[in-house]
Unconditional design. Structure first.
Length: 351
């Protein structure tokens, strides 16, 4: 491992600390190095707050050393005014002579302009150190910026023989219990790391889920449900006040209004594509789809998915509702008592 890779690895480690709190902003880490010693480091902690480079520079006790230092950052420094001033301008104003960047920012408001600003200020800029690792860390951000849609995580639990539930006609019969106490907490942690969580009409009717993060610390995601013809009732848990709810429907006037935003779409066209682009426009950058089988399968068939978490419980039921099928690269598998969690990914973009 070279010297550039050594410090960029540290940037990536720092960046992961922002998981779940940066929302639709990317995960970014930064270190300041002087004479082969880290003298400052930081990461983007929360959307709307200071970026990684700002925190790294501000952590340097002797600011006079900046003019003899190298700053490493896992994503190209921004060049535009957003919720915070441009980081490229700050780096230039501090006279930092060398900047090492993992990957260019795909955001069209940046897209190389930060690098150009630094070069015009006289800094030496090196780009492409651990580039693929940096892209992988920010898979959702790259999908957001290149495809203008929400990043999609599919999640379901199934039996060893490939069923997600028994056949049920109503909520009077409880859903098949497949997750254990540990994996339920894992799922709630995943919910806290996503900005939206979605189910279909039948799941909302039969399971009456709440879709919050009650078993894990973190914000509740925005709840999203399809209700084409207004089958859901006001007493459904999705309409309680623990989190806002978005309903996609074909009705002009959706009957439930408290804590609900209804959006009319055309159900005769590609529903998944419409939903993902509308959610992206509403700054819901990451979407977790929890069911049911028909909804998850519609995302797979439309090829609008990015990763999947599949829990396989060590039981067999012989018949019932078939689990979705998804093809991708299995990244890893973890064992939790009596079940296995499979993490499946596809390419960063469909292109």
């Amino acid at each position: 491992m070279g010297i550039y890779e050594k410090y960029m690895w540290r940037c990536l480690q720092l960046a992961k600390k922002g998981l779940g709190t940066t929302k639709n902003n990317p995960l970014v880490g930064s270190v300041v190095v002087h004479n082969d010693t880290i003298i400052g480091e930081g990461y983007h902690r929360k959307m709307g707050e200071a970026h990684a480079e700002v925190n790294a520079i501000n952590s340097v006790k002797d600011q006079s050393l900046l003019k003899e230092s190298t700053i490493y950052v896992s994503l190209e420094p921004c060049s535009h005014f957003g919720k915070t001033p441009p980081c490229a301008a700050l780096i230039a104003s501090k006279g930092i002579p060398k900047v090492v960047v993992a990957v260019k920012d795909p955001n069209e408001d940046v897209a190389g302009r930060g690098i150009m600003m630094l070069k015009e200020a006289g800094a030496e800029v090196i780009v492409g150190i651990l580039e693929e690792k940096a892209k992988e860390l920010n898979r959702s951000f790259f999908v957001n910026q290149t495809e203008k849609r929400s990043f999609v995580t599919l999640k379901w639990a199934q039996t060893k023989d490939g069923f997600i539930d028994n056949e049920r006609d109503s909520r009077e019969l409880p859903p098949l219990k497949l997750s254990n106490n540990i994996t339920q907490c894992v799922v709630h942690k995943m919910r806290s790391q996503n900005m939206g969580i979605m189910v279909g009409t039948n799941t909302a009717l039969k399971d009456n889920p709440t879709l919050n993060t009650r078993l894990w610390y973190g914000d509740n995601p925005v709840r999203i449900v399809l209700d084409r013809t207004g089958k859901l009732c006001a007493d459904n848990n999705l309409f309680n006040d623990c989190a806002p709810t978005v309903v996609f429907t074909e009705l002009n006037n959706y009957p439930i209004v408290d804590n609900v935003t209804s959006i009319q779409i055309n159900f005769e066209e590609n529903v998944v594509e419409q939903v993902l682009h509308i959610l992206y426009e509403k700054d819901i950058a990451t979407l977790m789809v929890e069911g049911g089988s028909m909804l998850i399968s519609s995302f797979v068939e439309s090829d609008f998915w990015d990763e999947a978490f599949v829990e396989v419980a060590n039981i067999e039921i012989g018949c019932g509702i078939r689990a979705p099928l998804v093809r991708g690269s299995t990244i890893n598998a973890k064992k939790y008592i009596d079940s296995l969690h499979y993490h499946i990914k596809k390419r960063i973009t469909r292109n």
